[in-house]
Write a protein of this length. Structure first.
Length: 272
């Protein structure tokens, strides 16, 4: 599949986004991942795209998934994007999203530090297990590592591509930071499928609000999914940037002023 007619700016589409686009634009195109894990381009109408979304939820026993879409037939998708549609990082997101959805339906998780339980969902343990499942192996590139160790692995780029700019964050990217001079190693998270939201100071971008999935005892804001519980959930953090757009700081929750941002060693990585 060398060329696919689509928008130049292609990204992963949620089921809701795909349905909305198909409803507004007759003859929308979508890249479809079939049961044999191959991709094909098909034209979808609103009814069909809705059925595909339902099958994606498992109601029809099909593995067909909408992974990208376009609203017209101009431009092409670069080969790199096609190759990354089934990437390991996005598989991490798919698994994490499934865990979160099961929790939302009544199941629960509980945060435990790794030294207190054989089965735990502390922040780094959650990331380690997701990466192992995404690669189909019994081990992870982050094996035995706390948040600080995950930062080190991302910087080394062993099995991970380092992402310098928060604007480039995609669903399934690992975000980790370490804290100096404290008795905790830091925190590790997974990027959700919502695009980074820029924060401006005048005409200058000073940071991005990033939607994440993680395991923690402390919610990230009033909008966090963990109202009265801990464990796996969704929240929002803010990553500050320097004049080049590279990550240089982080806040625990959304902070539009960034006045209280902490200059921790923050790293962003994508599984190779």
């Amino acid at each position: 599949m060398d060329k696919i007619n689509s928008l130049p700016n292609v990204s992963y589409a949620t089921k809701e986004e795909a349905i909305k686009v198909a409803g507004a634009h007759k003859g929308s195109e979508a890249i479809i991942k079939n049961q044999d894990n191959k991709f094909e381009l098909r034209e979808l109408n609103p009814t069909e795209i809705n059925n595909v979304a339902k099958r994606d939820m498992g109601k029809f026993g099909s593995a067909t998934t909408i992974v990208a879409f376009s609203m017209d037939k101009e431009g092409t998708i670069p080969d790199k994007i096609i190759n990354n549609l089934s990437g390991k990082s996005h598989k991490m997101y798919d698994i994490a999203e499934n865990v979160f959805n099961n929790i939302a339906k009544g199941a629960s998780t509980h945060y435990q530090h790794a030294d207190k339980s054989l089965y735990n969902t502390d922040c780094s343990g959650f990331i380690r297990q997701l990466s192992a499942l995404a690669t189909g192996k019994n081990h992870s590139v982050f094996d035995g590592q706390n948040a600080a160790g995950i930062c080190k692995t991302i910087r080394s780029q062993k099995g991970v591509d380092r992402i310098m700019k928060p604007a480039d964050i995609k669903a399934g990217d690992v975000i980790a930071f370490k804290i100096s001079n404290m008795n905790i190693s830091g925190h590790a998270m997974l990027a959700d499928d919502k695009p980074p939201v820029p924060i401006y100071n005048g005409n200058k971008i000073i940071g991005y609000n990033i939607s994440i999935i993680d395991s923690t005892t402390l919610d990230h804001s009033r909008q966090d999914s963990r109202k009265k519980s801990d464990g796996v959930g969704k929240g929002t953090i803010t990553i500050g940037v320097d004049k080049h757009g590279n990550a240089n700081s982080v806040t625990w929750g959304p902070n539009f002023s960034l006045k209280n941002r902490d200059y921790h060693d923050i790293t962003i990585g994508r599984l190779k």
